[in-house]
Design a protein around this ligand. Structure first.
Ligand SMILES: [Zn+2]
Length: 289
């Protein structure tokens, strides 16, 4: 599609360059974790969606935002879920933009501090990681505006909708839609930089249904911004839903045949390499009871 070819051409430029992927919707893709930070600009101010993985990293984001039209008038922050690569810049954003509200799903907000503490312990135990100090020096600030199913942010001449489509990557994922620009920010419910990430807090059996609900918000030309990697189109989301369906079906079939998780991983016909699915299969078995 010509539209997406244009987006691909726009990916040139140094890391952290905010690119306008749709009307006044700007995305910067950072090399550390290949994570995306998005800015949505309205007449009454702008909202930043996800804040990168440390206070130091977020200072670079603030500098980069300063070069975007409207990027200094940030009036709200959104965290797509609680993981540190999406929340650890919250404190820096508040230092730069004042005591702006931070929005998240209620489950994500409640888990941000504990999830962040676990990540800090992980970095603390790895003296060789070049990002260790900046992670340990980050003060963890959880969201203070929460919702269960839907919320709306008013940016004056446009509205930004927050929606919890169900569980998947975490228990508190949200997607952001900007209807007038036909954009959906998917957080880590959609992954372009690699296979979807299945952690100890993921819901692999529910994830396909969650993506089906997300797709109800998409038209043929919608722009979808994943949590990590390049901007994608609705066909990409459908393929990811198909792969996740195959994963969930294979977990159910293996469990139904009485295979233990190890044998299931070895024998199953999986959509991704089995060694990446150890946690997904274990979580799936746990959820089947
Ligand atoms: Zn992430």
């Amino acid at each position: 599609m010509a539209h997406h070819d244009d987006l691909a051409r726009g990916s040139d430029g140094p890391p952290g360059t905010f690119r306008e992927v749709a009307d006044r919707v700007w995305v910067a893709r950072y090399p550390w974790f290949d994570v995306n930070v998005t800015l949505v600009v309205g007449s009454a101010g702008a909202v930043v969606v996800d804040t990168h993985a440390s206070g130091l990293a977020a200072r670079q984001v603030v500098d980069d935002l300063g070069r975007v039209p409207g990027g200094r008038q940030v009036v709200a922050i959104v965290n797509t879920h609680e993981h540190f690569d999406h929340t650890f810049g919250n404190a820096t954003m508040r230092s730069a933009f004042g005591d702006v509200p931070i929005h998240a799903h209620e489950v994500a907000a409640a888990r941000t501090v504990s999830a962040g503490a676990r990540v800090k312990a992980f970095y603390d135990a790895d003296p060789d990681d070049p990002h260790r100090d900046e992670v340990l020096n980050t003060s963890i600030v959880p969201a203070d505006r929460v919702f269960g199913t839907d919320a709306t942010l008013d940016l004056g001449d446009r509205q930004v909708h927050l929606h919890h489509p169900g569980r998947g990557h975490t228990g508190g994922d949200l997607v952001v839609t900007v209807p007038d620009a036909d954009v959906l920010l998917a957080g880590d419910l959609v992954e372009e930089a690699g296979p979807p990430a299945f952690g100890d807090d993921s819901f692999p059996l529910e994830w396909p249904g969650t993506l089906a609900r997300i797709r109800q918000h998409l038209g043929p030309d919608s722009v979808v911004v994943p949590g990590h990697g390049a901007v994608v189109d609705p066909a990409f989301v459908r393929r990811q839903q198909d792969d996740l369906t195959r994963l969930a079906d294979t977990i159910r079939a293996s469990a139904g045949e009485g295979a233990d998780p190890e044998d299931a991983l070895h024998d199953g016909d999986w959509p991704w390499p089995a060694e990446m699915l150890v946690t997904a299969v274990r979580r799936g078995y746990d959820h089947l009871g």
